[in-house]
Design a protein around this ligand. Structure first.
Ligand code: SF4
Length: 183
């Protein structure tokens, strides 16, 4: 990745997924500001657990953490009619869009012109889909979406290693009510 001297707003979907992206962006010369905006996470207790892990990680990495509002009703309204879609389908694309749209809005409010997301590090999340959504939002907002496939070069292994070393909370489902595993 090209060396930069500017700020970037990194949308963090959870601590585990954002550990490697934070380190990679820092090593590339960015001043990383983390934005935790995840109204999809259900239930509230799970949201709180993931947020606590994010706070631990950001303190360890010495990066600023901004916590967005927890507004599950906004998420449920946004994906209405798509509740039964399988994971990786249309509901997930809306979920990405909601979170990246809000990240772009926050970046503009902070005067930061570049944003990205840790969502893409998961082997279950499609880089091309997230890039398309991110770039469309960035174009509409006059911002830049940094399209980095964090899972490349063993990124997923690296992020798991960091999170294990820090003893971060590890969830067993993606996040929303519809992805909760009953097993
Ligand atoms: S499965 Fe994950 S990405 Fe898809 S809608 Fe639920 S929380 Fe969002």
């Amino acid at each position: 990745m090209e060396q930069k001297e500017n700020k970037i707003l990194l949308h963090a979907c959870c601590a585990i997924c954002s550990a490697h992206p934070i380190e990679m962006l820092k090593h590339s010369g960015y001043e990383v500001i983390v934005y935790f905006y995840n109204p999809n996470i259900f239930p509230r207790e799970e949201y709180e657990r993931r947020l606590e892990a994010q706070k631990t990680l950001c303190a360890h990495e010495d990066v600023e953490l901004i916590v967005g509002d927890y507004e599950p009703d906004v998420y449920f309204d946004y994906v209405r009619g798509y509740e039964d879609c399988p994971e990786k389908g249309a509901r997930c694309e809306l979920c990405f869009k909601l979170r990246l749209q809000e990240t772009a809005r926050k970046a503009r409010a902070l005067g930061i012109d570049t944003f990205t997301t840790s969502i893409v590090i998961s082997p279950h999340k499609n880089f091309a889909t997230l890039t398309k959504i991110g770039e469309e939002i960035a174009a509409a907002e006059g911002l830049t979406y940094l399209a980095v496939d964090f899972k490349k070069k063993d990124g997923f292994l690296k992020t798991n290693k960091i999170s294990r070393e820090l003893g971060l909370y590890r969830q067993n489902y993606c996040g929303c009510k519809f992805s909760v595993r009953l097993d």
